[in-house]
Ligand binder design. Structure first.
Ligand SMILES: Cc1cc2nc3c(=O)[nH]c(=O)nc-3n(C[C@H](O)[C@H](O)[C@H](O)COP(=O)(O)O)c2cc1C
Length: 198
């Protein structure tokens, strides 16, 4: 059982993240996902695609061929950063990822990806590859139109869900009277939470 003050923060996190799933303009709709590239941190912006506070995970989608997937296959630890300048709330998550590729979850999710977004997974080049000259990395026949279901099958082969299982949330709310900061640690069914110095 969380104390009232922490329960309020927990519910706030749940509300903000759930709103972001429904609203593409929400500040938490995109976030920075950090992975480890050998010994270097590597960061990129990704889109929030699913979230469950009870089950301690959130998802983003990506291309199997991208460097982040290679990095995560070597070291599955991640850190993720969300910030709302309107709410002045920063959330930092830590945990480990699971990559879903061509399973029942990706199959169902692929059906909800818009045809225009499906094109992002159909590129002839591996994302982040060096190019001799500019190329949008979208097949020519669908550069200016949506692909048919048949066209986009090649995209499904590259489509992955990065499921970020988090074990920690560092919550920080900026306030004139003194910032509010606490850390939630999730351990199986148990949640430990304590104030930390802002
Ligand atoms: C607003 C925005 C949203 C993005 N969303 C995603 C995304 O959901 N998944 C993804 O793989 N890349 C996304 N990207 C591109 C990544 O930031 C990155 O450039 C690309 O995935 C290559 O990353 P990597 O070389 O670290 O694998 C997005 C970029 C921007 C600017």
């Amino acid at each position: 059982m969380l104390k009232k003050e922490f329960k309020e923060i927990y519910e706030k996190v749940e509300k903000l993240m759930s709103e972001a799933l429904k609203d593409s303009a929400h500040p938490y709709r995109t976030f920075s996902l950090a992975t480890i590239d050998e010994k270097m941190p590597s960061l990129r912006t990704v889109v929030l695609r699913d979230f469950s506070l009870q089950e301690n995970y959130f998802d983003c989608h990506s291309d199997l061929r991208s460097p982040k997937i290679k990095q995560l296959e070597k070291n599955n630890e991640f850190s993720a950063l969300f910030y709302s300048s309107e709410k002045k709330i920063q959330l930092r998550f830590k945990g480990t990822v699971e990559i879903f590729h061509k399973n029942s979850i990706t199959k169902q999710r692929w059906d909800s990806v818009t045809p225009s977004s499906k094109r992002c997974y159909m590129g002839p080049y591996n994302p982040s590859d060096m190019l001799e000259e500019y190329h949008p990395n979208i097949p020519e026949n669908v550069q200016f139109k949506d692909p048919t279901d048949q066209d986009s099958l090649s995209g499904y082969n590259n489509f992955v869900i990065i499921r970020c299982h988090f074990y920690e949330i560092d919550f920080l709310k900026l306030m004139y009277s003194g910032h509010q900061r606490c850390k939630f640690i999730f351990n199986k069914e148990k949640i430990n939470v304590s104030w930390i110095a802002p």
